[in-house]
Design a protein around this ligand. Structure first.
Ligand code: SDX
Length: 434
């Protein structure tokens, strides 16, 4: 069982003069957790922790992040190494299977991704009936949920065909994302190609045209590869916890992922990369006066927050933000747009914020969303698809957590408790007397 790592230490709890000793769980990297699984049975008490800032939902072998030190590892490998040396397909295999693939395993995985890169012709007609201004995250969540209709075997035996299910989803979500973009612009669909890499295929499906053939820029492909890797997993964030909670009711993979896509849509979560661009555009439109926005972000009476800054866990630099910032400078230079005013504003905003007491005191640093939108925009991806790009990256992480939960013999349906603070039992008043 994943939660076997019990320490000899105990936590002592005194309630109503009675002492209780609670086990301490110690993780591989030394994190310590008080095991309260028997708390209510033994003491009649529950704990309360809105936002789950101090509460662990599970033990996991997938991703480790240290918010104080700015460390992020997937299956033990540092993201710096993975972003530098791997393809997104390799990292997807690593997250889902737990090991980096051998040459044969990678070839087989790539073959499955190619085999599953098309979607059912009936599903293509779904796009004809979404409003042209339909939010791409809404379309993505609907289409992924609909995928499970075409594979009814998943509902009977969800784990039986897990490798095909995984490859099918990772490949088809990329196609669905590109098709939804093409359909929203009234462009004919571009089919996936068997001879393109995962990222090159996505770019080609997005931008190729019979009158202006798309040429994949190596720097752009490399930056997209890095972006997808850096978004691939992040412990029990809001959307991953959603996938686990929905999946814990024994819902099939595609329906669980569809719920995760909906959670990621939120502006406090994956929607932040779009909100960052709105913020940078607004500052640019206001003459580039970024200092005014720093002041607004610090004003407790002003709801404005510096989007792309701050993080629930990172109280040091988000290691992903550093890598994305470097990639943004390389891509914009290779595309000849390194004079992008928004990039300049982002750099100045970061520079001022990192020296300002308000941000320093609260340990607010640029997060994964602060620079990613600048790259997507330079590549030509429309802003309303930025969070879709986040979902493309996060997909293997979601799948790996769903698999881990489903294969944990001791996993149970997620069902948090609450503290009731409503009215006590009342005498019923019939309608005629109200
Ligand atoms: C992602 O969980 C994950 O791993 C998420 C993610 C992933 O990979 O899955 O990393 C992806 O979601 C990144 C975060 C994207 N969101 C944003 O960039 C939105 C802007 N950031 C904030 O809304 C905020 O920082 C959160 C939501 C990210 C974190 O919120 P918390 O942990 O609940 O922190 P908090 O709101 O309690 O803030 C603590 C203090 C408060 O000030 P005081 O009450 O102490 O005076 O810091 C302030 C906040 O007002 N603060 C900010 C701020 N973020 C926090 N002030 C100005 N600008 C900000 N961005």
């Amino acid at each position: 069982m994943l939660l076997d790592c019990v320490s000899d230490d105990k936590a002592e709890l005194v309630l109503d003069g009675k002492k209780y000793l609670l086990p301490i769980i110690i993780g591989t990297e030394g994190e310590r957790a008080i095991d309260i699984r028997s708390l209510r049975t033994e003491t009649g008490h529950i704990t309360i922790d809105s936002g789950y800032m101090n509460t662990g939902s599970c033990a996991s072998q997938i991703t480790f992040l240290d918010g104080e030190k700015g460390i992020l590892n997937y299956r033990g490998y540092g993201i710096e190494d993975l972003a530098e040396h791997c393809s997104f397909v390799e990292v997807s295999y690593l997250l889902v299977h737990g090991t980096l693939p051998t040459g044969d395993e990678l070839r087989r995985f790539r073959e499955l991704l190619n085999l599953y890169s098309l979607i059912h012709e009936d599903m293509i007609h779904f796009f004809d009936h979404y409003p042209s201004n339909a939010p791409p995250m809404s379309i993505l969540s609907s289409m992924v949920n609909s995928l499970s209709n075409y594979y009814p075997e998943m509902n009977e035996n969800p784990l039986e065909d897990i490798d095909n299910m995984t490859a099918r989803l990772i490949s088809k979500v990329r196609t669905i994302a590109a098709f939804s973009y093409r359909k929203s612009y009234g462009s004919q669909l571009v089919m996936p190609r068997h001879d393109f890499s995962y990222c090159a295929n996505f770019l080609n499906m997005m931008f190729d045209s019979p009158v202006k053939p798309y040429v994949v820029n190596d720097e752009v492909e490399s930056a997209l590869n890095k972006l997808l890797i850096l978004h691939a997993d992040h412990e029990q964030n809001c959307s991953t916890s959603t996938v686990r909670l929905v999946g814990s009711a024994r819902v099939n993979l595609y329906a669980s992922i569809s719920a995760g896509i909906s959670a990621l849509w939120g502006p406090l979560h994956g929607g932040a990369n779009m909100a960052v661009m709105d913020m940078l555009e607004e500052i640019h439109a206001n003459g580039g006066d970024y200092k005014k926005y720093i002041t607004k972000a610090k004003d407790r009476n002003d709801p404005f927050r510096l989007v792309g800054f701050g993080h629930r866990v990172y109280k040091n630099h988000d290691p992903r933000a550093q890598i994305i910032k470097e990639a943004s400078e390389k891509v914009l230079k290779s595309l000849g747009v390194d004079d992008d005013p928004l990039l300049q504003i982002a750099r100045e905003l970061e520079d001022v914020a990192l020296r300002d007491e308000y941000f320093v005191e609260r340990k607010l640093y640029p997060n994964v969303d602060f620079y990613s939108g600048i790259i997507y925009r330079a590549i030509g991806i429309p802003q309303n698809m930025f969070t879709v790009m986040f979902a493309l990256g996060r997909l293997p992480g979601w799948i790996s957590h769903w698999r881990e939960m489903w294969t944990d013999a001791n996993w149970r349906i997620g069902r948090p408790r609450q503290v009731y603070v409503g009215p006590q039992r009342k005498k019923f008043v019939p309608l005629e007397d109200r």
